[in-house]
Design a binder for this molecule. Sequence first.
Ligand SMILES: Nc1ncnc2c1ncn2[C@@H]1O[C@H](COP(=O)(O)OP(=O)(O)OP(=O)(O)O)[C@@H](O)[C@H]1O
Ligand SMILES: [Mg+2]
Length: 367
Amino acid sequence: MSSNQQALKAAQREPAEVVYSDELELLRGIDSGPVPPGWQMSPRAVEKFVMGDDKHGIERKFVADRAMVARIIISLCTSRGCLLVGEPGTAKSWLSELLSAAISGTSTLALQGGAVSDVSQLLYSWNESVLHTDGPCLKALVPSPLLRGMMEGRMVRFEEIARCPQALQDALLSVLSDRVVVIPELAGEDGVVLAREGFNVIATSNSIDEGVHRMSAALKRRMDFEEIRPIRNLSEEMGVVLREVNRANSRAGIKVELDESVVEILVTMFHELRNGQTLDGRSTDRLAGSALSTAEAVSVAHATSLNAWYYGGGSVTVEQLMHHIIGSALKDQPEDRRRLRHYFETTVAQRRGANWQQAWALRSLIH
Ligand SMILES: Nc1ncnc2c1ncn2[C@@H]1O[C@H](COP(=O)(O)OP(=O)(O)OP(=O)(O)O)[C@@H](O)[C@H]1O
Ligand SMILES: [Mg+2]
């Protein structure tokens, strides 16, 4: 392990290439498929890393249709970028992290659309003190993650690309189509950065908020779109939530008893309210102010675990859970209170089982 990787091990949240360094090494070792130029492993091995492989003990990290993931991987082999679009909390960022970790060995070359406001942040800036003594030269150049990805032949993640100003989206166009950045201050060959094999862009964008509407039409044409949908199957969603909560709890150094049947209440409520449909097919109101995503279910379960650990008796109760569910579901839309109440009256009231009945008994918390 390099010293850089050791430093990352102490970080609050390590990138996927550090967390799963053993899996990546194993996959590179057994990989017998053809490897695209500049990639660290074959598309098949990348897919195994993301979707899991029981035979080799590779964890399933992303729950989705395998064919869709294969399509995304193939689109990254082409010279078009790939844009993952979807509702909040559907693991777009997580998928882009996994893909760049597997393809390029690093997921940290990343830009945040909302934080990129001028071209120096998109492409390059200068180290003023070197510039002052040596003049414009490669040593004085401070490449952005995008330019580094081009120079090193790696995947670059562009988070929330639609939030980046239009003019900068247009600057990205020439990078994607011509694969070159010209630095007029540098003379000769140094002034022309050609993208090395292995470079490509994986972008993400929310389909709500301001979403893809703000994206330049020309940029949209340069990228393959893939819609990432919420997890459809309740038991698969339960699996993701339990795994992620246990991970978050152990990262936080707490050992809480997490009863699966209590977590099931949370995952079921979020699943039904998000889909606007109960498990038995009756329609119900969707909430307007909250996405109730899988990611939010994870953070509600984790917050409830912290509550149980610091204030409770060390095991998660339905009552603590209800407080956190309501806090997460009711944000700034007053009408959501009525919708949530309606969901309780029509759906929760009918449910059998001690946990559901306890949740129903606590309905006054919504008022
Ligand atoms: N299909 C899924 N497979 C695995 N994990 C999932 C899935 N959907 C959601 N998650 C969980 O949600 C977490 C958060 O996802 P992430 O932040 O990547 O979402 P996002 O789509 O980028 O959201 P946002 O639009 O808010 O940026 C993941 O780390 C994972 O725990
Ligand atoms: Mg994201």
